[in-house]
Ligand binder design. Sequence first.
Ligand code: IVH
Length: 675
Amino acid sequence: MLLDLDAEDKRVRHAWLCKEIHRHDGLYHTQDNPEISDGKYDALRLELDAIEKEYPDLITDDSPSQKVGASIKDGFSKITHAVSMLSLGNAFSRDDVTDFIERVKRFLGTSDAIEIFAEQKIDGSSCSLRYENRKLISAATRGDGQVGEDITANIKTLKNIPHELPNNAPDILEVRGEVYMPTSAFEKLNKAREEKDEKKFANPRNAAAGSLRQLDSSVTAARDLAFFGYALGEVSRPIAKTQIGILKCLENWGFDVPKPSILTTDVDELIQFYDGIIKARPDLEYDIDGIVYKVNDLELQDRLGFISRAPRWAIAHKFPAEQAVTILRDITIQVGRTGALTPVAELEPITVGGVVVSRATLHNEDEIGRKDVRVGDKVLLQRAGDVIPQIVKSVEHMDGSEVYIFPTHCPTCGSLAVRGEDEAVKRCTGGLICGAQAVERLKHFVSRNAFDIEGMGDKVIKALWEKDVVKTPADIFTIEMRDKISLTPLRAWDGWGSQSAEKLFASINARRTVSLEKFIYALGIRQVGQATAKRIAANYFTLVNVMDTLMFDELIEIEDIGPIVARDIIAFFNEAHNRNVVEALNAELVIEDYVPPTLVDSPFTGKIVVLTGTLTQMSRAEAKAKLELLGAKVSGSVSKKTDYLIAGADSGSKLKKAQDLDVSVLSENEFIEKI
Ligand code: IVH
């Protein structure tokens, strides 16, 4: 009990400090809109600590001192998707669409017409809503496709989403769709932000995504978001046999679905639909960026399955790029993580397709020459969806303008820049000493699909590099430890404070466990994207195997890895400084071995299988995909290592070789029975 007047004053002051710190936490974390500097915030925290030290009785559970950075570290909790959320392959022309349908037919081994359902592709933020016993229990963002963020509280503020489903809905139902911001709401929001001198959103998609990622759902509620349903995730029982059937069910249960749509077997009708929607696009109340074509029959969808991260049964026919003419102010050179020198057009800012563009890529030296693009020119600029804006051509040269001369040396480190034989790209030869390359490699390392370290944006990486705090990826994981004994700790840097330093340490620590495939991707090996990283992980299982047993001949056996990519992978792991980085990282991290996604244990799991002859009940591609899904490695030739040869009709030399080597031979029927 506090009796003296001084203590009473302190109690009042303490209560005020608690309230005020909570308010600033909210402004800082959920609204990205701090009112006071880090220094002033730190002063409030110090005062709170001092009072609590003197009067420990005042410490209650909800004092900010009791949840050091709780709201900071927590952010959103994660939800693992029961069924992965995939992306879509793209088509840009009528031919691409015809190819898609041909691919589908080839895979299914049929010449029958295939019914295709076409609907609008909503340019928003994808989301999965989970209903259990007909009640909305959770909602998640797409995230990396496997794990998303829990945005349930925010989704519940949307007005056109049912919170309960009628009795005829299944016990478990996941509805996938797109959260979007209607264009009118977007314009209103940006106007209000402009008046408050806040940063405007670049487009409705960013506004929708930003609004969903608010820690305070009252902010989301005020943003006027809406949802379109177009697909399902996990379901406890099928609700329809076709895509059109799914949409009918969803509509009956109170969801909005994209409209209009069509069902047809005719490519011409698909293209007519596409052209019609392009015309109607400016009058729509929301942004779309293409048409999605889906095989209507769900049984066929199931057979077609997935490749990499996209379904074989659907494709997005993207709208053509939008173009505009502007002035080219300058050409600058950007150095990428592999040392590639990319020319960048610095433009007089102009709005293209609703987005203000001030920079565009000029690709490479030859491209500038071919297009004869010169500083000062009027240039035609184009932007298509998420693709980096590009310069199509020069429309008019300025009087006396001069041909652009591409630099011979790296603008960052001054090393010679060279072009490999048959390569369009000029690369800096500075390697380890080139700051630009190192910084780009670090940016890649912490990026969303790699280590995904929140709060480590480009500026932070650059500052950490320039101040010699982070030189290699492994340094990231020792910053906190070194910071404790540093004479210039992060909290004392310009624009930093203890709160932002703590926040950064927390997000780094949250990423100390990583899957092998993400780890490989994060290393930024030339030509190794996510799909290739996953394939390497799936074939080698552990980091030790990757480090010690990689072999060129084996690598090129892996799907989609050709000799050039294999050479780059081998070269990376042969390089001593790369091995040092990997080892230093291994000492700081838990790198999880690859676990094959097969839940069912099948006779083919871990086996090497060869297919030969003509199959009658499915195509060779379908059989291969099925085997791979079951954990088999499908190889092109029979050897002692082969576990099974699946022999269709008219099998020739492979069958003979298998018999000679005593390899188990399965007929098509025996194979189907086993799966
Ligand atoms: S179907 C298995 N239908 O586009 C894939 N996606 O670029 C299921 N999208 O990740 C997706 N409108 O977020 C589908 N009518 C529509 C869509 C749509 C927008 C999004 C979706 C997907 C992305 C791929």
